[in-house]
Design a protein around this ligand. Structure first.
Ligand code: SF4
Ligand code: SF4
Length: 166
């Protein structure tokens, strides 16, 4: 995937997509879950995460206490050592990666701790969250970073504008 090309395309469309998501905060089509499911399935046909890894390259997961315990044990480290080596606590008290790309990403875009990765990574890009529209802020943050979120929101926008009085 050409991420530079994606960034350009997303930058051009971002305003339109953010406007759509903000409106979706107030006006919710009654069968939104079905629309999300259908358009998400179509969107993923265009995307291959292993050719992208932009989330691991440019964003940080939030580590829960359980994530830190599980991953540090796997690496034969104490949670304290793990945090000191790779994490920082942000202003809201969440533990985040100090650097990007993520230290666990290899040069083939693979996660070297895939089976025990943080829950936040396992749930990313959060398209299955319910109700979908409660996570609009997350999608607004990610629509220009995650090609899968871009595809979903753009497809959803076109569908809603086509089939509903919007
Ligand atoms: S989840 Fe999104 S940003 Fe992450 S690899 Fe897949 S398409 Fe890329
Ligand atoms: S832990 Fe794995 S999935 Fe999560 S950001 Fe790092 S490389 Fe990506």
């Amino acid at each position: 995937m050409d991420l530079k090309k994606f960034e350009k395309k997303a930058a051009k469309k971002k305003h339109k997509l953010v406007k759509f998501l903000k409106k979706l905060d107030k006006v919710v089509p009654e069968d939104l879950p079905r629309l999300v499911k259908e358009e998400d399935a179509e969107g993923w046909k265009e995307i291959e995460c292993l050719a992208c890894a932009n989330c691991c390259k440019t964003m940080t997961p939030t580590y829960t206490k359980e994530d830190i315990k599980r991953i540090s044990a796997h690496l034969n480290m104490t949670p304290k050592e793990f945090k000191a080596k790779w994490l920082y606590k942000d202003e809201t008290g969440d533990w985040m990666n100090t650097t990007q790309p993520c230290q666990f990403l290899d040069d083939k875009n693979m996660c070297t701790i895939y089976a025990i990765r943080p829950a936040d990574c396992a749930e990313f890009p959060h398209h299955n969250k319910k109700p979908f529209n409660l996570y609009n802020d997350t999608f607004i943050n990610n629509v220009h970073r995650c090609p899968a979120t871009f595809e979903l929101v753009n497809r959803l926008r076109k569908r809603v504008e086509r089939e509903y009085e919007w």
